[in-house]
Write a protein that binds this ligand. Structure first.
Ligand code: NAP
Length: 355
């Protein structure tokens, strides 16, 4: 589907990440030379899984040391590249200082990578991994959008340092990307806006938010019920394909919502029950008043404002641009969930149920 010029290397920032792992794999399958920018190329254990997938694939992987907050540190990795995939950005909910832990690396890091693209003559295209979090902050926002659905025209205007700081970091970073891209004409910016990413990981022991949620879902803490939270989900393998298309299809452009299904946490749990009947998966919804009461005690990043503006609100995104313009087709989310849960079970990341 994609046509890669194999004589030019391709840069992937944050190559050790969950999303980036599958992008690297797809590029290696296509025979590309991947310049993998990582914080610590000396950490053999962290690079082990990328090295393992590279064995037997036609492409080549080369590591470069770079940090989002270290200005100019992506220059060596970007040299000679026509296409840059910028995925690196901190993704976690439990923060002490949102400015330094989330916003600075996201925004200054985007500026760092894109200004390096400005100085690197070979670059023709930059694909930035943004998020649906740059489109909405709380599910309640969606009811205010035209047709009560998220499209590429909508922007998150409800997040702040104090309320939903991760989405705030993503919307600021994406706006920074567009500002830099629109001030020049040599390279084209294509933005990918994924929903919540699920599916098996290249590094099964990754500590990202995606795995944290599914481990919680199947490990017992949600046995008594789950909050009525709507969510749009994308398989990490389909997301990698979307990135490749954004990087190499001439007509790819603008923002692109990458979501396979508009669903909910309860419906996601239900996809696991037929294959994993012994696991303590949630079967029912918790009443909103109970979530409001105990949610903040169970997890301090789940504030009462978050609960009021997200629990019980419908979640809907329009993925039609990705189908029409990137030619995306999406695998069923039950498959995504079952493959991911199987990996969590096989690697002993949740207790095996007794009996
Ligand atoms: P992840 O596994 O935590 O990966 C994040 C990557 O960013 C890691 O490679 C990490 O490097 C790198 N990074 C963080 N801070 C850095 C810094 N200061 N300098 C250099 N690299 C740094 O998360 P992910 O889920 O793959 O997320 C990847 C991208 O997808 C992010 O932009 C995220 O916002 C976006 N996204 C994710 C989801 C999702 O549900 N997972 C949904 C929408 C969008 P280390 O390995 O060295 O820590």
């Amino acid at each position: 589907m994609v046509d890669i010029d194999k004589s030019k290397p391709v840069l992937v920032t944050g190559a050790t990440g969950y999303v980036a792992g599958w992008i690297v794999k797809r590029l290696l399958e296509e025979g590309a030379t991947v310049h993998a920018a990582v914080r610590d190329p000396g950490n053999a254990e962290k690079l082990r899984y990328l090295n393992e997938i590279a064995v037997g694939l036609p492409g080549t992987i080369r590591y470069f040391k770079a940090d989002l907050l270290d200005e100019g540190s992506y220059a060596e990795a970007m040299a000679g590249c026509e296409v840059v995939f910028h995925t690196a950005s901190p993704f976690f909910r439990d923060v002490k200082d949102a400015q330094t832990e989330l916003v600075d690396p996201a925004v200054k890091g985007t500026r760092n990578v894109l200004e390096t693209a400005n100085r690197t003559e070979s670059v023709r295209r930059v694909v930035v991994t943004s998020s649906c979090a740059a489109i909405y902050g709380d599910a309640a926002d969606i009811a205010t959008y035209p047709g009560q659905v998220m499209t590429e025209q909508c922007w998150n205007s409800s997040s702040s340092l104090d309320h939903n700081p991760y989405p705030y970091s993503k919307v600021l970073a994406e706006k920074e990307a567009w500002k830099i891209a629109e001030a020049q004409s040599r390279w084209k910016l294509v933005v990918i806006n994924p929903g919540f990413v699920l599916g098996p990981a290249i590094n099964p022991y990754g500590e990202g938010e995606s795995f944290a949620v599914i481990r919680q879902m199947g490990g017992g803490p949600m046995k008594a019920g789950i909050p009525a939270i709507g969510i749009g989900v994308i398989d990490v393998r389909d997301l990698a394909e979307a990135h490749l298309r954004a990087g190499f299809l001439p007509e790819a452009n603008g923002r692109n919502i990458i979501v396979a299904e508009n669903t909910s946490l309860l419906d996601l749990a239900a996809t696991l029950r037929p294959k994993f009947p012994r696991y303590p998966l949630p079967k029912s919804l918790l009443p909103k008043w109970l979530v409001w009461l105990v949610g903040p005690l169970a997890d301090k990043s789940t504030t009462r404002k978050f609960i009021s503006r997200n629990v019980g609100h419908p979640w809907k995104a329009d993925n039609s641009k990705s189908v029409r313009e990137l030619g995306m087709s999406y695998r069923p989310i039950a498959q995504t969930m079952q493959d991911m849960f199987q990996q969590i079970v096989d690697t002993g990341q949740i207790p095996v149920p007794k009996g």
